[in-house]
Design a binder for this molecule. Structure first.
Ligand SMILES: Nc1ncnc2c1ncn2[C@@H]1O[C@H](COP(=O)(O)OP(=O)(O)O)[C@@H](O)[C@H]1O
Ligand SMILES: [Mg+2]
Length: 282
C-alpha cells in the first residue's frame, strides 16, 4: 500500500487555479521528487498534503487515513513533517530549542506527558534532540542562536526540526534554493542518510542533478497538473517534460528567474547524458 496517495486533487484561490489535477502515489521507503517550473503548483501540493490548505476537490490519504480537516500539528504527530520554501525557524532561540519546540508542538498532550516527571521528561527530550543534531552534524551548534547561523546551516536546522517529530514522510520544499553546489550536494547526502533510516521523502527541487542523484521516482507538474511520473532517467527523456522546461510549454513562458536558466541547462545536460545520469539504486 502507498504511504501517500494524492488522488486527483485541485485547489482554487478565488479565480486562481493553483492546482488543477495533482495525482501521484508514494510508496513507503523511497525518495520521491516533485519538480516543475515556477508557479506549477508544487508548494500548493505540499501545503495541501500537510494540512495548511484543504483541497477544492480530490482526496489525500496518508498512511491509511485522510488528511482532510486535520491540522498541520496533528498531521505532524501522525508522521508528516515538512520544511518551507521560505525557511522558517523559531528566531532568537538556540538550535537545540528549535528541535525541542518542533517536537513539543507536534506531541503536546501525547508522548510528552507520558514520560514521567518533568525533569526526567526534559532530560529524555534533550537527549533525543542532541542525538538528532549529532546525526545531522549539528551537535557543536546546539547552543548557538539559530538566527545567527549562515543560511545553509539554518536550512539543515530546519530539517532537524522536521525530523524531531520522527516522521514517516518528510516533505522538503526547495531545500537547496540559494545554496552553493557544495551545500546542495551536502543536502543530497543528508536526504540519502535520512532515507536510509526508513524515512520516506518527498523532495521539491529545481536542481536536476540533485533530483537525479537522490530520487527513485519523479513526478513533473506543469500548470497545476502532474503531467508525467516515473524513474528520473525516463522522465528527463519525456517529450512533455522537455516541452514544459525547455520553452515550448506554457509554464516555461512564466518562468523568469535566473535560477530557471540554470535549471534549463542542467535539465538539458541530464536529458542529453541519458543513462549516464541515472542514479545507481544501490
Ligand atoms: N494562497 C494563494 N492565493 C492565491 N494564489 C496562490 C496562492 N498560493 C499559490 N497561488 C498561485 O498558485 C500558483 C502555483 O503556486 P505554487 O504552488 O507556489 O507553485 P510552485 O511552488 O510550483 O512554484 C501560482 O500561480 C501562485 O501564484
Ligand atoms: Mg514553490
Amino acid at each position: 500500500m502507498s504511504l501517500l496517495s494524492v488522488d486527483h486533487v485541485s485547489r482554487h484561490f478565488g479565480g486562481v487555479v493553483a492546482v488543477s489535477d495533482a495525482a501521484f502515489e508514494i510508496e513507503p521507503g523511497i525518495v520521491f521528487g516533485l519538480i516543475g517550473p515556477n508557479g506549477a503548483g508544487k508548494t500548493t501540493v505540499v501545503n495541501l498534503i500537510t494540512g495548511y490548505f484543504a483541497p477544492t476537490a480530490g482526496a489525500i490519504i496518508f498512511d491509511g487515513g485522510s488528511v482532510a480537516g486535520v491540522s498541520p500539528f496533528k498531521l505532524a504527530a501522525r508522521g508528516l513533517a515538512r520544511t518551507f520554501q521560505n525557511l522558517q525557524l523559531f528566531e532568537g532561540v538556540t538550535v537545540l530549542e528549535n528541535v525541542l519546540i518542533g517536537r513539543h508542538l507536534a506531541f503536546r498532550g501525547k508522548r510528552w506527558q507520558l514520560l514521567g516527571t518533568r525533569s526526567r521528561e526534559e532530560k529524555t527530550q534533550r537527549a533525543f534532540a542532541l542525538d538528532l543534531l549529532k546525526q545531522l552534524n549539528l551537535e557543536s551548534l546546539a547552543d548557538a542562536d539559530a538566527s545567527s547561523l549562515p543560511y545553509g546551516v539554518r536550512r539543515r536546522v530546519e530539517i532537524a526540526r522536521a525530523l524531531a517529530v520522527e516522521p514517516k514522510l518528510l516533505l522538503l520544499d526547495e531545500p537547496t534554493a540559494g545554496m552553493t553546489r557544495k551545500e546542495s550536494d551536502d543536502i543530497g547526502e543528508l536526504i540519502k542518510s535520512v532515507n536510509a533510516t526508513g524515512v520516506t521523502v518527498l523532495l521539491v527541487d529545481h536542481n536536476v542533478r540533485l533530483v537525479t542523484a537522490v530520487c527513485d521516482r519523479v513526478a513533473v507538474m506543469d500548470w497545476g497538473e502532474t503531467i508525467v511520473e516515473g524513474e528520473p532517467a525516463a522522465v528527463w527523456r519525456d517529450q512533455r517534460v522537455k516541452d514544459a522546461y525547455l520553452g515550448t510549454g506554457r509554464s516555461a513562458r512564466l518562468a523568469e528567474a535566473d535560477e530557471f536558466v540554470v535549471d534549463a541547462q542542467a535539465f538539458a545536460a541530464a536529458a542529453a547524458s541519458n543513462e549516464g545520469a541515472v542514479h545507481d539504486q544501490d
